[in-house]
Design a binder for this molecule. Sequence first.
Ligand code: SF4
Ligand code: SF4
Length: 434
Amino acid sequence: MKADAVRRVVNQCVRCGQCRSVCPVFQEIRTEAGVARGKLALLRSFLEGKDVPEAELQGVLNKCLLCKTCGSQCPSGVAADELVLAGRELLAEKNGLSPIKKAIFTVLKNRSAFDFCLSMASLGQRFGVKRLKGKHLGAIARFPMPGLARRRIIPMFADKPLRKQYPEVIKVKQPKARVAFFTGCMANYIYTGAGQATIDVLLANQIEVVLPKMQHCCGYPVFTSGDAEGGRLLARHNIDVFSELQVDAVITVCGSCGSAWRHEYQRLLTDDAQYLKKLEGISCKTYDIAEYLTEVMPLDKTALGEVKAQITIHDPCHLGERGMGVTKQVRQLVSAIPGITITEMKQPGRCCGSGGSFNMAHYDLSREINDCKIADIAKTGAGLVITGCSSCRMHLTDGLVQNRKDQIVMHTVELLAQAYAAKQGREKHQHISS
Ligand code: SF4
Ligand code: SF4
C-alpha cells in the first residue's frame, strides 16, 4: 500500500476504541500502543510529518500479532493489520531491516542456502538440545539461541526434509484427481509427520500428488516484517514453479501459506500485471486440505477406522473465520472419524499469541496471550488439540508444557491419517513412485 492510500485508510479510524475490547495484545498490556487505535494514531501523525520518533513507531507497529481480530469488530471496517503491515513496509523502505532480520532473510530468500542451513541445524540439534520425555515431541534448548527464550520448548528439525523423502510425483492407480502439494517450511523441515499424513490421506482418496522440489517458503515471515520486495521475490518464484504444473488443485496445510496464495501475493504483486495473471490461475484452485477434502473432493468416509479421542479444535487466525474461512470444514472432517468426540473451547478462534515472529520478539507477552488459550483448552477436558497451522501448533505445545498440561497438539490431517491407518490395520498405503 502506497503512503497516500495508507493515509486515506488510516483516516477512516474514528477512534471509537471498540478494538480495545477484542485485541489480545491490549488485553495484556493495557496501553494504547497495544491496540489498533493507538497504532493508527501514531502512524497518522508520522504520515502527517509530525515529530514521531521512528524507533517508537517501529516498536508500536511490531507489537501486533496481525491476528485481524480488531478488523473483524471495527464498525468503520478498518483492517488495522493491513495498515500495520503497510507501516512496517514504509519504515523498511526508508531505513532497511534490522541487521538480524536482514541476515536471516538473506539466507531464507536463497533456496539452496536456506536448505543447507536447516540441514545443518538438523544435525547440530543432536548435540545442543535436551529432548523432552513423555508425549511432547519437542526439545529444550540447553544453550541460549539467538532470538529464542531459554525456557522455550521448540520442536526438533526432521532428520530428512519431507520433499527429500518422496519422488516428485506420487502416483496412484486410476487417480480421481491430481494435486500439487505446497508444503511450506514447517511441514518440510519440522512437522514432516503432517506432510506425510497429507500425502497418505490424499493417496487413500485416490488422488495423485505432485510435490515440486523447487518450491520455496511462502514468504510470510519476510513480507510481514516489511520486506515487500523480498516477499515479491518469493511469490514470483513459487508462482513460476506452480504455474508450470498440470494439476487440478494446489493444497496447503498451513493457514499462513494458504493466505499467502489466496490474499497476500495479490497485494504484493498489485503493480505486476504479468504475475497477477499467472497467480490468478493458481490462487483460484488453491485450497487448504480441510477445504479440499470437504468441498472439492469429499473424502472417503467408508475407509476411516476408529480413533478413540476427545478433541478440541484451535482455529488459526489466517485459516479460520478471519482468514481463509476454514472452520466448519475441519469439524466436518474430524466428525467423520468414528470414536472422535469434539468438545469446543469457549473461544476456538482467539489468537494463540504466536503471530509469526511476534513470539520471538515478545516472548513473554506472547506467553501471557497463550496462557488464556491454554486455560480455555484445559477447561474442555480434551486430551488432544487439533489445529491447521504449524506455527500455532508450536506455540500451543510450548504453552502446554510451560503450564504442565498433558494435552498434545496435532494437525487435523494427522488425525485423519491415523483413522485411515486404523482401517487398513496400520498398513501403509502403497505408493507407486515415478
Ligand atoms: S480501528 Fe476501528 S474499532 Fe479501533 S478505534 Fe479505529 S474505528 Fe474504532
Ligand atoms: S491485528 Fe490483532 S494484535 Fe494487531 S492490533 Fe488488531 S487485534 Fe491487536
